[in-house]
Design a protein around this ligand. Structure first.
Ligand code: ATP
Ligand code: MG
Length: 263
């Protein structure tokens, strides 16, 4: 079992940000987490990483029951890719230094890296088609290149779980497809981590994401296989507006039906 959540809630003052979340991620599954702005997706990820502690309920991640484990050690097994991380990184460091800082989970490379880590960081960048970026300052990279460098950073500790929080934000359609292809390739390797991919866009849900969790106002709206969850009827219920879903080359596309917004 990768993640086990039982009745997890997180309250702020009298508001439930997450309420009674029960969710299991098993070995071999890759999940997409969907939900509108403010539905609790990032909060859920923060609970998985142990950055916030649930008000009630039980969380076990990679066999570590929260409250009885060393979170620092657990976090080394979890790769984390998010745009807030991208904003926080030292922009003057090279792509290679950014990847190496992932080894120690520090912002900025404050340790002297081992030679074998330098080789590994280079190999990771090459495997993500970023070999030519190795010595370039991070600040000069395009958005898509930055995302791939952050993914390489997240992979340097061979995580068992890789969390991607809206990695395609700000990417053009070609850069997006290229990044999705990279994620797809990564997931097919024998040592691949389990993936959790947060997005607003059903078009980004690749065939490798066999499971989908839909969060609505802090609760589980639906969860199951992509084919079960991503139906026109379920998404219309989720969005409270009629939508249609078409599957093209095993990928879903969604469009609003009718002229509600343009009457
Ligand atoms: N520390 C906090 N204190 C109070 N409220 C919070 C806190 N963190 C998050 N929230 C609230 O919880 C709700 C869920 O936030 P969260 O960031 O999890 O949403 P999200 O689904 O990731 O949204 P988005 O798609 O916009 O990234 C929001 O209404 C947010 O304002
Ligand atoms: Mg978020």
């Amino acid at each position: 079992m990768i993640i086990q959540m039982e009745n997890v809630s997180w309250r702020r003052e009298n508001n439930y940000i997450l309420q009674n979340i029960t969710w299991q991620v098993e070995e071999g599954e890759n999940w997409t987490v969907m939900g509108l702005n403010g539905s609790g997706k990032t909060t859920l990820l923060n609970i998985i990483n142990g950055y916030i502690y649930p008000s009630s309920g039980e969380v076990t991640v990679l066999g570590n029951r929260f409250g009885k484990c060393n979170l620092q050690e657990l976090r080394k097994q979890i790769g984390w890719v998010s745009s807030s991380l991208q904003e926080n990184l030292y922009k003057n460091e090279t792509a290679l230094e950014i990847v190496l800082s992932g080894k120690y989970a520090t912002i900025g490379l404050i340790h002297t890296p081992e030679k074998e880590d330098v080789e590994k960081a280079k190999a990771l960048l090459v495997s993500l088609a970023c070999g030519k970026l190795i010595n370039l300052p991070y600040r000069t990279l395009s958005q898509g290149e930055k995302q791939k460098v952050i993914i390489a950073r997240a992979l340097i500790n061979n995580p068992r779980l890789l969390i991607l929080d809206e990695p395609c934000t700000g990417l053009d359609i070609l850069a997006r497809e290229q990044l999705l292809a990279t994620i797809s390739e990564l997931s097919l390797k024998p040592e691949a981590p389990a993936l959790i991919y947060v997005t607003h866009r059903v078009e980004e849900i690749l065939p490798i994401f066999n499971k989908v969790l839909m969060l609505k106002r802090g609760k589980v709206h639906s969860a199951g296989t992509a084919k079960e969850v991503l139906t026109g009827a379920n998404l219309s219920d989720f969005l409270e507006t009629p939508v249609q879903v078409n599957w093209i080359n095993s990928r879903p596309e969604m469009r609003l039906i009718g002229d509600r917004w343009f009457a």
